[in-house]
Design a protein around this ligand. Structure first.
Ligand code: SAM
Length: 244
């Protein structure tokens, strides 16, 4: 009996996240390039290289917290004519930018769904793979998102998560801290007119569980062969698991 306090706190967290992304949607892609010095492209490319969508067989992919479609476009480009992707995000402003960017490029092989990672409005055992890139740390109840991921995957399906992690190199960690706390909010203020949102994002990265702990949560949700791999000195990590 938590008298509903916890429920309110969770709803507040999600509302805060929604404000952030509504406010940055239009400038999101530009900000991503500026803040990561273009590195997010290499990180996403790494995740797609691990995923290797089939070029010859049907491949149904779900990209959760898919925002403006970046990961989805890459999956479609790497896959074959029978690859299709559902982009799901809680924020319509982000999805609208995504749909605009997609245009007519992928003729019907991409669709955009508004929904919450904690309660996916999608049937069981539907997808060959599930990705979530820089999204899971925004989800208030990570355990629920992981359970839902497992539910919508087919047996044999792959879970891949790309997320900011813990920098584990001596000098890089100092540089990274200075960059996160000073440069990013300033960039946010100048380019997106919103320092507060970017301060929030930096904090959410700090609060996210360590890679070992997060791997344990993925196992708890029932995934097997769980692995994680740091990229760029641990600035980000790719976690992988299988539904067997
Ligand atoms: N995956 C994209 C990328 O890598 O460029 C977008 C990442 S963006 C940092 C985080 C996204 O998570 C936002 O678009 C936000 O709306 C979405 N999001 C936040 N909470 C969510 C939730 N509970 N369910 C689904 N999406 C959520």
């Amino acid at each position: 009996t938590d008298f509903g306090f916890e429920r309110v706190a969770l709803a507040e967290k999600q509302a805060r996240v929604d404000d952030v992304f509504r406010s940055v949607a239009k400038r999101y892609d530009l900000m991503n390039d500026l803040m990561s010095g273009g590195l997010h492209r290499a990180w996403k490319a790494q995740a797609i290289a691990m995923l290797r969508p089939s070029r010859t067989r049907p491949f149904r992919h779900l990209d959760v917290a898919g925002g403006t479609g970046d990961v989805a476009f890459r999956v479609l480009e790497a896959g074959g004519p029978q690859t299709s992707v559902t982009v799901l995000d809680i924020n319509e402003a982000m999805l609208r930018v995504g749909a605009e960017r997609a245009g007519a490029r992928f003729d019907g092989r991409i669709d955009f769904v508004t929904g919450n990672a904690e309660t996916l409005p999608l049937p069981d055992a539907t997808f060959d793979a599930y990705t979530i890139a820089f999204g899971i740390r925004n989800v208030p109840r990570i355990e629920l998102a992981l359970q839902e991921a497992r539910r919508v995957l087919k047996p044999g399906g792959r879970f891949l998560c790309l997320e900011f992690s813990k920098v584990d190199l001596p000098v890089l960690d100092k540089i990274y801290d200075a960059y996160s706390f000073h440069v990013i909010p300033r960039l946010g203020a100048r380019v997106a007119g919103d320092a507060e949102s970017y301060r929030y994002l930096v904090e959410s990265i700090r609060k996210f569980p360590s890679p070992g702990l997060f791997a344990g949560m993925i196992e708890q949700a029932g995934f097997r062969h769980v692995t994680h791999r740091p990229l760029s000195g641990g600035i980000v990590a790719i976690h992988s698991g299988w539904k067997v």
